[in-house]
Each structure stands twice: as C-alpha cells, then as structure tokens.
Design a protein around this ligand. Structure first.
Ligand code: C2E
Ligand code: MG
Ligand code: MG
Ligand code: MG
Length: 291
C-alpha cells in the first residue's frame, strides 16, 4: 500500500505530499488498532481454530489442518493472511501460535482417542517463529503438555524459511525430525527460491498450492504444470498433497496423477471444532467392515 501511495504521490506533484502522509498515517493507525486488539484477544484467549480435513484417494479422512480464526467485535472477521504478518511484526507470533497449538493439540488428542485409524494433525509455523529461538523444545513442551504423540503432528512451513541461513534451517528441521514430527512444504509452487532445497532439506510432504490446482481440469498449461510439480514430488519420494481442490474433475485429475492426499472445499471447508467432530463421527471409521 505504502509503495503504491508513494508512486501516486510522485506522479502528481507537491499537492500529493499531503495525501501521502495521510495515507501513511492511516495505514499505521490501522495496524496499531489491529495490534492492540490482538493483545487483548490473546489475553482473553479469543483466537479460535477451524479444522479442514485431508482425505486419501478413497476420500477417507486421514488428517486435519488447523487454521487460525479471529473474530473481533469491532473489527469483524480478520483473516490469518492479515493478522499473522502483524503478529510477526508486533512480536506476538509466539504467544499467538502457542494459543493455536494448545487448542489444536488438545483437539487432536481427543479425536485420536475415539478412532481406530490415526488422525494426523497439520499446523502452520510462520518463518519468523520457525527460525526464532528454541522453537523445537517449545513445541516439544506443548506436545507433552497435551500428551499428543509427535508422530501425529505435521509442521507446515513455507519456502521463505530457506531464504536466509540454510544451515540453521536444516538444524531446526532435523530437531523436529528427531522429535518425531513430519515436515511439510506448504504452498509449493508459489515461492521464489530454487528447487534445490527439496533435495537438501529433510521434508516429508509437499503441498501443491491451490494456484497450481486451479484450472487443471481443462487440460491446458495448468494441467502440465501441476503434473510436473506432482511428479517432482513423487521422484523425490515425498508425500504429495493437493490443496484447494474445489471440484470432482480436479480431484479425479489429481488422483490419476498419483497425489496421495487431497484438501479443499470439495471435501470440506474448514470447520469449527464441533462440526469437524461430527464429520468424523459420520465416517465409518469405527466399523471394521470399512477397511
Ligand atoms: P494455508 O496453510 O495454505 O491454508 C490453506 C488456506 O486455503 C486456508 O485459508 C483455507 O481456508 C483455504 N482453502 C482450503 N481449501 C480451499 C479451497 O478449496 N478453495 C479456496 N479458495 N481456499 C481454500 P485461511 O484459513 O484463510 O489461511 C490462509 C493462510 O494463513 C494459510 O494458508 C496459512 O499460511 C496462514 N495461517 C492460517 N492459520 C495459521 C496459523 O495458525 N499459523 C500460521 N503461521 N499461519 C496460519
Ligand atoms: Mg497450511
Ligand atoms: Mg497452503
Ligand atoms: Mg496458502
């Protein structure tokens, strides 16, 4: 926003200097408002978590992704794409993620008690948090507090993690592997870093970004790019997950290409705790005949 405002101001001369300062002030105020509201919401434990299922090729639920949700009485719904970066800048990403993980770990523990087949839990870690101090022991502590086995947890990170000190990122990834967690590359196909990290870093899962899934059912360039991304993941022996699957034609295409897991509105939107619990109940998981 600020860049756009500056260019606009340059183009239109001196009068626009005022416009520019106003615009900057407005943005700074808006950010401060969100930041202040966020501190309050954290104190009152108002951040919520929604749960979106991941299914296998037979549409059986095998996992769930925890997604942060925030409704503020005055600001309304604030989306994670907006509040996560603000939390990072305000130094609030650790308490925020801790609140999210506490809820999600407790939910996963509960659901896994009631099931025969394990339900894996995926959570998102922002780059700043991931690369910050002592993240591995912190998450180990939350896992033991929740009595959730690390083997049920997938940590989703993005390519940005690899832009800085690669050795440090590798050490942290190894720490999580030693703990027993799985590691997933989220939003695969949207980043700017080289593909070399796929070989160098101990990742288990690649999540093909929604932008690569859009349009694949029309057998054009989109289909070719998605195919290439899937086969790259397969060649490297990663579990390949497709996100943003919105219709049956996309699901069929992805299944035919050998995707292992599927996530998207076709299967289910992210749901509040109780609704997701009902979705699990409705499945035939408990009946031995289902296998
Ligand atoms: P993500 O991890 O890639 O999550 C997938 C996003 O796509 C979610 O948006 C989900 O609601 C949406 N989605 C799922 N299926 C479909 C579909 O079929 N069509 C469309 N159009 N969208 C679909 P959401 O919940 O708004 O989250 C956006 C991003 O915010 C997430 O992308 C993730 O990067 C971040 N995020 C969410 N929760 C957390 C969190 O607890 N911690 C951190 N660090 N980041 C989070
Ligand atoms: Mg994710
Ligand atoms: Mg993603
Ligand atoms: Mg995304």
């Amino acid at each position: 926003h600020a860049d756009a405002a500056m260019y606009a101001a340059k183009g239109r001369g001196r009068n626009n200097f005022q416009f520019f300062t106003h615009e900057l002030n407005r943005l700074a105020n808006e950010r401060l408002t969100v930041e202040t509201a966020m501190r309050g919401a954290l104190e009152r434990d108002e951040f919520d978590v929604h749960y979106q299922p991941k299914v296998d090729h037979r549409r059986r639920i095998i996992g769930v992704e925890a997604l942060a949700r925030w409704f503020h009485p005055e600001l309304g719904t604030v989306t994670p794409d907006r509040f996560i970066p603000i939390a990072e800048e305000a130094g609030l990403i650790l308490p925020l993620t801790t609140a999210i993980l506490r809820r999600a770990f407790a939910a996963a523990r509960q659901w896994n008690r009631e099931r025969q087949t394990p339900l894996r839990l995926a959570v998102n870690l922002s780059p700043q948090l991931f690369l910050g101090e002592d993240i591995v022991p912190h998450i180990a502590g939350l896992l033991s507090e929740a009595q959730l086995p690390a083997s049920l947890v997938e940590l989703e990170i993005t390519e940005n993690v690899f832009l800085g000190d690669g050795e440090r990122a590798i050490a942290i990834l190894r720490g999580f592997k030693a703990l027993g967690c799985s590691l997933a590359m989220d939003d695969f196909g949207t980043g700017y870093s080289s593909l070399g990290y796929l070989r160098r870093f101990p990742l288990d899962i690649i999540k093909i970004d929604r932008s690569l899934v859009t349009g694949i059912e029309h057998e054009g360039d989109e289909a070719m790019i998605a195919r290439a991304a899937i086969s790259l993941g397969q060649s490297l022996l990663k579990t390949v997950v497709a996100e943003g699957v919105e219709n049956q034609a996309q699901f069929d295409f992805l299944r035919e290409q050998g995707c292992d897991e599927f996530q998207g509105y076709l299967l289910s939107r992210p749901l509040p705790y109780a609704d997701f619990a009902r979705l699990l109940d409705a499945e035939t998981d408990r009946s031995p005949a289902a296998a």
